[in-house]
Design a protein around this ligand. Sequence first.
Ligand code: CU
Ligand code: CU
Length: 487
Amino acid sequence: MRCRKNQATLTAQEKARFVAALLALKANGTYDQYVVMHVNAMSYAHKGPAFFPWHREMLRRMELDLQSVDADVTLPYWDWTVDNSVTSSIWNDDFMGGNGRPSDGKVMSGPFAFDAGNWPQEDGGPLTRRMAQGAPTLPTPTDLANALATVPYDLAPYNWSGSLAGFRNTTEGWRNGPQLHNRVHVWVGGSMNPMTSPNDPVFFLHHCFIDKCWADWQALHPGEPAFLPTNGAAAGQNLNDSMEPWASLGIVVTPASVVDHHALGYAYDTESVCQPTLKFHDDIVVKVIADKGSGLKHIIDSTATLKLSDDRPTLKIYDDAPTLKLVDDGGTLKFSDDGGTVKFVDDGGGTLKFLDDGGTLKALDDVKTPALDIGGEKPITDVVLPGRGEIDPRASGAAGAGGGAPFILVTPHHTMAWAKTFPGALEKAIAQLDLQLASFEGVVAELEKRNATSDASTEEKTQLELHRRELETIREEREALSRYLRE
Ligand code: CU
Ligand code: CU
């Protein structure tokens, strides 16, 4: 699964690589094909139910093209309800570049400025922007929340009437327009106004957020059909209609075939599938020493170091006997507690949280002191998990695993010790893996279907291979766990 990120969270390097991939596609002529594709899509990509699926397919194709240049790139999204001004960092010179000049709207800074020499528009002219002129403000968080709360997906007669109050028409922005999607085009202005709007690369960041809106809306309304109608709308606008221009090229793309973005191989950074998995490492046998009286046993490892790390490269938790340390190997993160007790809480949804029941928990940015202790002279005494009561801090790894997060114990003998200490935890872990298995099998089946029915790209084939391997790993893990359970 590839994760699309909020552009505001990209590192300087991620921005540079995204820009470089765009420039490469511009240079080899691929980019301009998307401008033409969008111009020709006037009649069937807008003002109707196919608005979301059509743009999803367009963006996915662009993303695969970008990845053919740089495999690590994914499309970033622009949350314009937050980064909502002419001075937001999205417009910095290392990314999208700035506003146009007052006289003619010509963008003068950044990688896409005409005078920088790499970005003639599809028509040969310069990129233009006239921000905050056609519309004074961008849509607000309330505007977005209202749209996401709107059901059903679309309503008859499935057009762009200003009074049509379904999710699609509201979010596309025709209802009391221009709102939401339309308003963003108008707010940026210049090149973003006409049907050639993909001339401005911010088009893809804007539409990536629109695509995320559809995904978020589906997650918010699991009881609603993700797309409507199945019939009754114009050709190309019904659930199983082939969409142009792909139909004419002999490629079958229907709204139904793109309804599930996970099946297309990507997710958004706000989804749990894009959150890192916590892992527990310990190279020495964990000994069960004493029963604390609470029914939970007290694990002490004599000399070993219990490590928790997530699979992002930054945050690590080390227990070196008396102190629990959080170390950021980027040298930027510091937690300190000036009183009370720091608690780790697993919300069961895969998020490990830090809570402080007194004093103040501080998170400081201190590049001079990359390593620090939590608790200092008052070592952490409580690890609190829902339904588990208090557990000794050295058991935090095992306790976390019992809390329901998708934790994986990496060494077999620890799994055994852990299972004995926390009855039922192993069964929980297996149930979790079963869920993962089911969702992965679904994704693989979808990818296999795509590979069989369309001329799949190399990227799609790689994706399938990757998913198959991941599926195999999960199966092995499950097998190992149930073996321990039987023993
Ligand atoms: Cu469009
Ligand atoms: Cu648009």
